[in-house]
Ligand binder design. Structure first.
Ligand code: AMP
Ligand code: GLY
Length: 437
């Protein structure tokens, strides 16, 4: 059996790693990762494929008789990879380009939520700077300005003053700093509370919720500094009580699935709701993503005990109602090691030390995994691994409770070094403080 995972981050390493574990108990599987990273190239059973163009991926899947393909990031989904695979009769897990608008257009997503009664912050959409400025003056600060299109994590400004808010509107609508993505903006009510990530697998008719998680978006300790793709995560998210879980399934996940079906575009793929949980327990959707989160995937996969190949087969065959996912009771916590200059201009080529001295990934009692993201084998010295992207590694540990998982993750992370390495030292702090209270 051959499988294909599209992408090159920590998310894709974690997915491929979990598929590979399934293969050890089922039957031999070769898992191609396109284009992959140093971590996926070094693991036995995984093979990197230096392809990113959609027609070439389709051709590869056809020629190699790939059983099914999983899409990691949003860019290929926005480019129509699922439509192209299906048109060629190839099995793939992800939403169509049309359905992916839930992530690729904030305006579409907000209007969709409004049409289907899914709880979300009040908002208005503008392409005229004058009207946007006028609206800001009416609403006051704090307020949130979001580019309509995909902006690689740079499209959201949480403005604490009106001056910042006006500047964000000018940057997007007048100076065109985000290009087409910022040619329209959504201006949204500022919400207070605790964020959580709720991710489900959807097959068009049925949904299978995955374990809950929480991500730390800001670069620096204490949730300070610029927004990033995510500097660390843990699973489960204690803020999501069983009662809230049931409400989120009903009011958000099923509501979105039903809404998409009513609009003639049944949703397949991972559906990720970024939620704000208010102090009074109210839930609002901050955003939908049409993929798994990164680094949420790393901690979710670390806890998944079920066979991922089996889950995926049900997902692509429309039978997710026939399976359940089983989770490790322990907490998984992942700490991201990011490159110098991340998130603005990450430096490449710094040699990463300490990886080969860590206990073997294959040890059965192993309670940690180092997932690779922006890494590459050095061009000249193939023994060396160098930084090759913004987020470089995600050190993920499993332990009883978030405090011990945090301690273990940092014990391992502290053994890895590269010039300019940035990492937060407080991943898990919300859950740990909640526990203290
Ligand atoms: P988004 O891409 O829409 O999830 O926004 C990125 C980040 O900005 C979120 O993870 C939040 O931390 C923050 N954010 C987005 N919308 C709001 C809002 N309405 N109120 C407060 N913070 C927000
Ligand atoms: N970690 C947040 C995301 O993947 O969007």
């Amino acid at each position: 059996m051959k499988l294909l995972v599209i992408g090159s981050g920590g998310r894709e390493h974690a997915l491929a790693w979990k598929l590979l574990q399934s293969s050890r108990v089922m039957r031999p599987i070769t898992i191609f990762v396109a284009p992959g990273n140093a971590g996926t190239s070094l693991e036995d059973g995984l093979e990197n494929l230096p392809i990113t163009a959609i027609p070439e991926l389709v051709e590869f899947a056809r020629k190699e008789s790939i059983a099914f393909t999983i899409v990691g990031p949003e860019a290929p989904l926005a480019g129509g990879v699922v439509d192209a695979f299906r048109a060629a009769g190839q099995k793939i897990f992800g939403p169509t380009r049309q359905a992916a608008q839930l992530e690729t257009s904030k305006d579409f997503s907000k209007a969709f939520m409004t049409r289907h009664g899914i709880p979300t912050a009040a908002y208005a959409t503008f392409d005229s700077p004058a009207e946007a400025h006028h609206y800001l003056d009416q609403q006051g600060a704090p307020i949130v300005i979001k580019a309509d299109g995909l902006a690689g994590g740079k499209g959201v400004v949480v403005a604490t003053t009106l001056a910042e808010a006006h500047a964000a509107v000018d940057a997007m609508l007048v100076e065109n700093q985000l290009g087409n993505a910022g040619a329209r903006v959504v201006i949204e009510e500022f919400l207070e509370g605790e964020e959580a990530s709720f991710i489900a697998m959807a097959d068009g008719r049925h949904v299978l919720p995955l374990a809950t998680s929480q991500d730390h978006k800001r670069l620096k300790d204490g949730d300070q500094g610029p927004n990033t793709g995510g500097m660390g995560a843990y699973s489960p998210a204690p803020v999501i009580t069983p009662k809230l879980h049931a409400r989120i399934m009903r009011e958000v996940i099923h509501a979105a699935m039903n809404g998409m079906e009513k609009e003639g575009e049944s949703y397949t793929g991972f559906l990720y709701a970024g939620l704000m949980i208010a102090p009074d327990g109210g839930i609002k959707v901050l955003e939908f993503n049409c993929r798994m989160g990164d680094p949420e995937t790393e901690v979710i996969m670390a806890r998944l005990k079920s066979n991922l190949v089996t889950l995926m087969e049900h997902a692509v065959n429309g039978t997710l109602d026939k399976v359940e996912a089983e989770w490790d009771r322990r907490t998984a916590l992942g700490v991201v090691l990011a490159a110098h200059g991340y998130p603005d201009s990450p430096r490449k080529g710094d040699v990463i030390h300490g990886l080969s001295e860590l206990p073997s990934m294959a040890a059965p009692e192993k309670d940690f995994y180092v997932f690779h993201a922006g890494t590459a084998l050095d061009d000249e010295n193939r023994e060396e691994i160098v930084t090759a992207g913004g987020r470089v590694l995600c050190v993920t540990a499993l332990a009883d409770g978030v405090k011990f998982a945090q301690r273990r993750a940092y014990e391992i992370a502290d053994q890895i070094h590269f010039d300019g390495c940035q990492m937060r030292h407080d991943i898990g702090h919300w859950a740990i403080n909640k526990h203290r209270k």
